[in-house]
Design a protein around this ligand. Structure first.
Ligand code: COA
Length: 169
């Protein structure tokens, strides 16, 4: 085998991303230290009732990562493991914030492993600054006109203002 042959390391980072927060951005940036390409896979079917449409969630990801060609946003439907395989990935990337995330993540990782033994789930920690944030808590604060500047990227902040009628322009 040619020792110089190196397969591109592709990770899929799945989630609802309703919306993308600085915690997600921090995790993706850390992932770029390890992987050649990260596909931010936005769930189409979700038991959550998203505030933003799939198109809006993808637009925000595209705007935030426009300068980084190694990050691409895509919607997905159906089983995550099938989608990861279709896209040529071998790793599912997930973030851990606090121990409370562990049980759910552990369950999901084991189920995905049962569904496809060829895939690995890899966990990275977000920066400590974002340990307490989630998309839900940000939406709740923004809806009640709380200041969420600095917790989400600018394109997300703008859209939150538009959704909740707090836009300054
Ligand atoms: N920083 C900030 N917030 C973070 C975070 C981080 N680093 N990591 C996670 N979160 C938050 C998210 O904002 C989200 O908050 P919310 O609940 O307020 O929306 C929450 O933690 C976790 O949600 P998310 O990462 O979006 O995952 P999810 O649980 O909504 O998504 C899927 C789960 C889509 C990945 C999963 O349901 C799936 O794979 N579905 C496809 C079908 C399938 O294959 N099912 C079998 C899987 S075992």
């Amino acid at each position: 085998m040619d020792k110089n042959f190196c397969k591109k390391r592709i990770a899929v980072y799945p989630g609802t991303f309703d919306p993308l927060t600085n915690g997600h951005v921090s995790l993706i940036r850390r992932g770029l230290e390890v992987f050649d390409q990260i596909i931010v896979a936005v769930a189409w079917d979700t038991p959550k009732t998203p505030l933003f449409s799939l198109e809006e969630r993808l637009e925000m990801i595209d705007e935030v990562f426009a300068p980084e060609p190694r990050v691409i946003g895509e919607g997905f439907q159906g089983l995550l493991v099938d989608y990861v395989r279709e896209r040529g990935g071998s790793v599912i990337l997930r973030g851990l914030r606090a121990t409370s995330d562990f049980e759910y993540e552990f369950q999901m990782a084991l189920m995905n492993r049962r569904l496809n033994r060829g895939l690995q789930t890899m966990f990275l920690m977000t920066d400590y600054k974002w340990l307490y944030i989630s998309s839900t808590i940000i939406k709740e604060a923004a809806k009640l006109h709380g200041d969420v500047q600095g917790l989400v990227p600018e394109p997300v902040l703008r859209r939150l203002h538009q959704k909740y009628g707090t836009s300054k322009d």
